[in-house]
Design a protein around this ligand. Structure first.
Ligand code: SAM
Length: 215
């Protein structure tokens, strides 16, 4: 998702209380960021933040961090937070390629990827968030047995993602090519912005759940 650049977005984010400014300086100390000491779950590429805000509201016993690399996009989430004020949610403006510089191993228990950019050209495959290169990075911050959940309506990207799981150091636990017609996997499903948009156009939604292998 790339919104037209919004003038002043960087400044608004740099002074916002819901955005953690020195994310690298927080490495190993993320639990101190929140008022309650709960497990931390993150969404990488959260867009305007609808999913992670609804998750934070639904699960007050989990602390959430939303990661987004474009300030104009993150600004939308920050503006919504001014109305919702969720105590268990914070944001980081960063490229997820740097994630292992920001979190210690085991600091994050679960990671969500929703409707990640497909990067259709083969030469850009390593930029795809479910690529084995990114899974290896994510594996550095999850504990053994840590979970990643991925949803998309892009069947090509999903087929690619399924092939990357093993090489990325994970094992496939569950998957579906039609989430909204899979009663078991739909339990507790929170819709993302893209999920709402593409499922309402009739696109089936794919989802996998993978687990980090023991090293
Ligand atoms: N997750 C939201 C949803 O499902 O509605 C937004 C999906 S949007 C297609 C993907 C988002 O991921 C974009 O906002 C993009 O800027 C962000 N993104 C892509 N690559 C990223 C990266 N390496 N680090 C952080 N954010 C990234």
């Amino acid at each position: 998702m790339r919104l037209r650049h919004i003038k002043g977005a960087e400044q608004a984010i740099a002074s916002n209380r819901f955005v953690v400014q020195d994310a690298m300086g927080q490495k190993g100390r993320w639990r101190e960021v929140f008022s309650e000491d709960h497990p931390i779950h993150i969404e990488v590429g959260m867009g305007k933040g609808r999913f992670i805000m609804d998750m934070a509201q639904e699960h007050p016993d989990i602390n959430y961090i939303g990661i987004e690399m474009y300030s104009s996009v993150l600004l939308r989430a920050v503006q919504k937070m001014e109305e919702r004020e969720l105590d268990n949610l914070r944001f980081i403006l960063m490229d997820a390629a740097m994630i292992a510089e920001v979190f210690e191993k085991g600091e994050v228990e679960k990671l969500y990827l929703n409707f990640s950019d497909p990067w259709p050209k083969d030469r850009h495959a390593k930029r795809r968030l479910p690529s084995h290169q990114f899974l290896e990075r994510f594996g550095k911050i999850l504990p053994d047995g840590g979970i990643i959940e991925f949803k998309t309506d892009n069947r090509g990207l999903f087929d690619f993602a399924l092939e990357e799981v093993e090489e990325g150091g994970f094992e496939l636990l569950e998957h579906t090519f039609d989430l909204h017609n899979n009663e078991e996997m739909m339990v507790g499903n929170i819709m993302t912005e893209y999920e709402e948009k593409f499922s309402s156009m009739g696109n089936p939604i794919c989802k996998y759940i993978i687990r980090k292998k023991h090293e």
